[in-house]
Design a protein around this ligand. Sequence first.
Ligand SMILES: *Cc1c(COP(=O)(O)O)cnc(C)c1O
Length: 383
Amino acid sequence: MRATRAVIHLGNLTHNINAIKKLINPGVKICAAVKANSYGHGAVECSRRLVAEGVDVLAVATVSEGEELRAAGINCPILLLSLCAPEEAEQAVANDITALVFDEEYIDMLSKAAAKLGKTAYTVHIAIDSGMGRIGCLPEQAGKIARAIKDSGNLSIGGTCTHFAMSDVVSQEAKEYTNLQYKRFLEAVDNIKKEGLNPGLRHCCASAASLVHPEMQLDMVRPGIILYGYYADDVDRDYLEKQGRALDLKPVMTLETEVSAIRHFSKGMSVSYGRTWIASENTDIAVLPIGYGDGLLRRWASQGLEVSIGGKRYPVRGRVCMDQCMIELGTNSPVRRWDRAVIFGSQEDGACQDADSIARATGTISYEITSCITRRVPRIYVE
Ligand SMILES: *Cc1c(COP(=O)(O)O)cnc(C)c1O
């Protein structure tokens, strides 16, 4: 096996879900977001663990992600958070993947797929656009859409949901927007009831809102990033502690590799494409078999990425290549060829940076850092 691997600590996933449960009101169901291969952590293994820990529903973004879970024998409800293509409608129905619907054309498409497969009660959830500006019908249209689902004959309403645009920001303005969205969502739910129909499970909170607005948890919450050990933007460890809702999370993924060579560089020798780094004195350079083809993005290096070996930090030098990158050891370093080098992960695992610190340095969010670790990096599951 390659030296470069993503070690997935399932024990930390268990730790996180149990810590999260303490902040979820009794009776509220948990829908765990396992889309994008569980944010890069491996959807099948993470889903199995999450279901074993009592999660009620799994959320995916594509029909093929749902199919992968079904093929692995996972039989809990699966919610499809994004829209599927017409060619995928039957696959969605056949695999009992619950779609989000909000317009008549799409309802008709799914109803026909259900009829073709002989299903008379294929479950869908109604998506409400309360202010995210992505998918969903406006709250005023919710009654009409619920009626269309009912009238289709082959579909049943299992839930009604919305998604917040600003819940991971802690400013007053952001809070007001979330409150407004929540109010609009409840109006939509009322409109469905006024139509004489049951809105089913009402859910609107992803990670941030579930933690900050416990009163908005309703019937189900949809945490994602916090499962994997990272806080949702502004809603970080300190903020939650100050709110009296302390949450201790542990990063689930550690990205590591091994030193594949150590080279003595004399003053004036340069490293990598474009010669952006030139040795100003004699030094040792270690080659690591990891690059942007693995998800170690070029832009990380320009933001001072450091790699940890034996508890010491070493800077990446020069441009990251597709398959390799170089770090500077300096002279008389204790580092030896084949030593383990940690790119990011938990401190307990020897990392000097986590996905959050890399994200902050490079102007993105931890979600993107872990999701972008590519398929070619084997995931190794440990407790
Ligand atoms: C991805 C997603 C979530 C989970 O979001 P986190 O911020 O990772 O908790 C919840 N709901 C919807 C609709 C999503 O797309």
